[in-house]
Every structure is written in C-alpha cells, then in structure tokens.
Design a protein around this ligand. Structure first.
Ligand code: ADP
Length: 525
C-alpha cells in the first residue's frame, strides 16, 4: 500500500508534523507504519477497507498533550478523528470519515477518576471500557451496576457519545450521562453543566447547569474532544428477574408492540426490552449451514424448521425487572396478564438474588455484567464474518413495527440476506436494528451488503423514517434524510462547526457535518 497522506499535504510537511507529535507524546505513541495502522482499518467495511484509511495515529496520555497535539494539527490543517477505544464496529471501527485523517486515539487516558456510591455515579476518562468499570466496581465492592452495551470491550465515553444503549433500567446511555469535560479545536477546555462552577459539588448530579445546556451538542458531532464524562450508575438491586416470552407467528409483532408500549410508558417494564427476531435468536445457538446451505436468503420453510427444532420463537421478547422481590412479583403479574392475550405466547422467567451471575451473554448484560454478545452473529454465515447495520428509529406502534419489519425483510431477501434483526424498546420509540451479515472475503457479498444498505435507507426515507446512527460510508446519506426546510438542521450544524473549528480539523464529515475547508468532500456514496 502506498503511504496515505493527509489531504492537501506533502510528505515532507507530514513528516514535520509527525516529528512534532513524537516530541509531545513519545515515539511509541505515534503510529504511521502499515502494521501500526492495521487496527485503524474498518474490520467490517462494506466495501474497499482502505476507502477510509488513516494516515497516522497519535495516542496522547493527558489533556495537556491533546492541547499540544491540536496546536500542530491547526498549524498544518491536518484533520484528526477522535476515538476512545475505537471499537465502533459495524459503523466504521476506528477508521476516519475523511481519508488521510490522523486518528487521535485516547485509549491511554483510561483512569476511573471517581466513583460515588452514595450518589450513584462515576467519572471516567475516554479509555475506560465497560469491562474496566465493571471490574473496578466489583473489586472495590461498590454496590453499583454498569449498563453494558452488546460489546463490553467498548468505552463508556465512546458508546455514550454515539448514543448507544444497553439492557438494564439505565439502558439509554445518553440520558444517563451527566457532566463532560471537552477540549475545543482551539485548545480551550470546557466543563458542561454544573462543572462550570469552579470548585463544584454537583457536576455529576444535575445535568442542565445554568443557561443553555451543551452536553448533547458533543454527542454524534465533531465540535470537541471529550476528555472526561460522568455516568449515572444503577444502585445494585436486591433482586432481579429475567423474562423471555416466545411468540409463534410473524404477525404477532404488532400485538407485542401494542402490549409492550403501555407497560414501558407506565414503567411496569423499565429496561430496554428487546424484541428479538427468531433468526437472530437461533444464530446464538447454531450456524446457518446446519439449517440451510443454499445461496440467497434462507427460505421460510427452513427458518420455521430451525425455530421449531431449536425451540425458539418467531419473536422473542426479553425483559428484566429490578427491585425488591415484592415489587418484582407485582410487576411480573401485570406483564403475565398483559401478554396472555397473544395466542400461544410462552413465558418463562427466573428471579435471582441481586448478586447472582447468569451465564448466557444476553442474560449477563441484563444483570449488569459486560459480555461480548455482539460478536456471536459473526459465525452465522460462515467465512470471515462481518456485518453492517441499518438502524432506523421506529415509532412504538404495532403498525410501524410491522411496516419496517416487512420492508426490511423483503429488501434483504432481494439482495440475498436473511432478516437478522430486532427491536429495542424505548417508551415511545423502538430502535430497529437490522444487521446485514456477510463474509468479508467474498467480494460479491461485500458489494451486495453495501447495495442493500443504500436501498434500505432510500426505503426508509420514502416512508418517513430516519436512522439514529450510520456507518461512515452512509453518514452523508443519513444526514440528508433530515431534510426539513431544505436541510436547516445540517445548515445549523455546519454554521456551528465553522465557528468552533475554523480550520476544520476535528472529524470532518462526522454525521454529515463538514467544515468549510472540506465541504467539497461531502459524498452520497
Ligand atoms: P467504542 O470503542 O466504545 O465503540 P469509539 O471509541 O469507537 O467507541 O467511539 C465511537 C465514535 O464516537 C468515534 O468514531 C468518534 O466519532 C466518537 N468519539 C469517541 N470518543 C470520543 C471523544 N473522546 N471525543 C469526541 N468524540 C469521540
């Protein structure tokens, strides 16, 4: 591979910038060789992996080092792409949107700065993973739980900034965030909310502060580098219950959503319950070739035979209840009665003491224990498994859920993909997550996965749905769907971008937001 350079920069200028960074962070923490940069290539690229290649990576160890790194980036106008642990797999991994950007990798800043058991929060640096925070709480004996996302090796900061979600009552990670420290492109350091009070007492306790509130501005944006983040933690409950309800028919999805919504709205169910498609549930138990080895999407008859054999529902609702046994039992009785309305629904549940540790990955997540459930899907199709996700927001109505499901399933089959997906339930919306699973060594499958994603996004747009998150390759396309008043929200985002980062050095193109300097790079790939 020829060396990738930052855009509009000569090799000699780049060498001078690299030397400057080496003097700040140390030789070992500036990577520019092919071998050193291998981890910054998107492992699941739905296309040519080098389409989003970094030119180097710089790994600072402190806020002061970040400021010094920024000074050089501003001097040479080199774009930086910030990652915390860089495991944003299925959305681009650690790779930058603009080819030739330098990855600013914050994994070395991995201190857990504070845990407060009384007020139930932690303050962490970007390199702290869910595994790290969980181990720390357990080792020190704090009676607090983390809310892990599907892949526990990701960072609390990275996942929260991308508005990721988990499976306990604290599943909405953006909502459980309280107080950030952010470095702006010019090196200025800001603390949000109550963090503005110099020797403060409530930075991690009260989100708004005084006047306008900025935290959400630093999520899914390129306005700053988040160097510290507060996260609310769930007090360890005395008991919890994990429940699963299996449903037999595809059309049951409508009833499931209609019954679940009121239970989420009145907080009988408080966790992000998951309505898991049968095929996704089955993929956790066996590989596809055991059931079907033809090309194209698995036929209905094979899917049904697999579900029957494995004893898995067409839809499988996973929920969890936390609290005292009395409260759990009362809420459980309401849930049992509500879902009894669906013919042939099969409910199983087990109540555990608060400190019990279930063994299955999905169950562990609902018990506040990080696991790597996100990766079980990779074996489904065989070969070098990878996936790219389509993630539209769905109104929490049975009609919308059925509409999205049938739309995605039909389109996926057209391109030769199984419906591997499900819905994660907020109170008023569902995150609909569909994964196009492909063998990245099979060029045709890679191409079809990319083509499918583009079709799905067009379908969604035509039906009035928008995505909550998108792979690097589709960030511009996803942003363009938010087109009210000729794209007023993107215009606003770019006005802010130009004011905050006039040299356009922080993550150009992230979420479709391009600084003036690079606006000609926008591309609806
Ligand atoms: P994880 O490893 O938890 O999956 P990443 O570190 O890959 O998360 O971060 C996901 C995305 O969030 C990155 O691609 C980047 O756009 C953004 N991001 C991550 N960390 C920061 C940070 N500290 N400041 C600003 N943006 C960040």
């Amino acid at each position: 591979m020829p060396q990738t350079l930052p855009p509009n920069l000569s090799a000699a200028q780049f060498d001078r910038a690299l030397a400057g960074w080496r003097a700040i962070v140390g030789d070992a923490h500036v990577l520019s060789s092919d071998a050193g940069l291998a981890v910054y290539i998107d492992p699941f690229a739905p296309g040519e992996p080098h389409a989003f290649a970094a030119s180097a990576a710089v790994l600072p160890a402190s806020v002061d080092e970040i400021r010094a790194v920024l000074r050089i980036a501003n001097q040479y106008r080199i774009p930086l792409w910030t990652v915390s642990t860089g495991r944003n797999f299925a959305y681009g991994g650690a790779a930058p949107r603009l080819t030739g950007s330098v990855v600013l990798d914050l994994q070395r800043m991995n201190r857990i700065l504070e845990v407060n058991e009384t007020l139930a929060y932690a303050l962490v640096e970007p390199g702290v993973s869910y595994f790290d925070l969980y181990a720390h709480l357990r080792d020190k004996g704090y009676k607090l739980w983390v809310d892990p996302p599907a892949a526990g090796w990701g960072s609390v900061v990275g996942n929260t900034l991308e508005r990721g979600f988990g499976y306990t009552d604290y599943g909405d990670h953006a909502a459980a965030q309280c107080g950030m420290e952010v470095m702006l492109a010019n090196g200025d350091l800001l603390r949000t909310g109550m963090g503005g009070v110099e020797i403060g007492t409530a930075w991690q306790l009260y989100q708004p502060g005084y006047g306008p509130s900025f935290d959400a501005m630093f999520m899914q944006s390129n306005y700053g580098i988040v160097t510290k983040l507060g996260v609310w933690l769930m007090p360890a409950p005395p008991a919890y219950l994990l429940g699963e309800i299996q449903f037999r028919r595809e059309a049951d999805l409508e009833a499931i959503v209609e019954i679940l919504r009121p239970l989420r709205l009145d907080a009988t169910i408080r966790n992000h319950a998951v309505i898991e498609g049968g095929l996704r549930r089955a993929a956790g138990l066996s590989p596809r070739r055991q059931w079907y080895d033809g090309t194209g999407a698995m036929p209905e008859s094979a899917v049904q035979a697999m579900l029957d054999k494995l004893g898995v529902g067409r839809w499988n609702l996973h929920f969890a209840l936390y609290g005292t046994p009395e409260l759990i039992d009362a809420r459980y009785a309401l849930i049992e009665r509500a879902f009894a309305r669906v013919p042939d629904a099969r409910l199983t549940a087990a109540r555990h003491a608060g400190d019990a540790q279930p063994t299955g990955g999905g169950d562990r997540n609902m018990a506040g224990i990080p696991a790597m459930t996100a990766f079980r899907m990779l074996d489904w199709r065989g070969g070098a498994g990878a996936h790219v996700d389509f993630a539209p927001i769905c109104p929490a109505t049975g009609r919308d859920a059925m509409r999205q499901y049938t739309m995605v399933k039909a389109r996926a089959a057209e391109y030769g993909f199984d419906y591997y997906g499900g819905f994660t339930a907020g109170a008023r919306h569902l995150h609909h997550i569909f994964a196009a699973i492909f063998d990245r060594d099979d060029a045709n499958q890679v191409e079809q996965a990319g083509a499918l994603l583009r079709s799905l996004m067009s379908d969604a747009r035509a039906a009035g749905y928008g995505e909550y998150r998108a792979h690097l390759a589709y960030m511009d396309f996803a942003a363009a769907q938010y087109s009210f008043n000729d794209g007023a929200s993107l215009r606003f985002a770019e006005t802010l971008k130009d004011a905050l980062d006039p040299n356009g050095i922080l993550a150009p193109g992230k979420q479709g937001i391009w600084p003036a300097a690079w606006r000609d790079r926008r591309g609806y790939t």
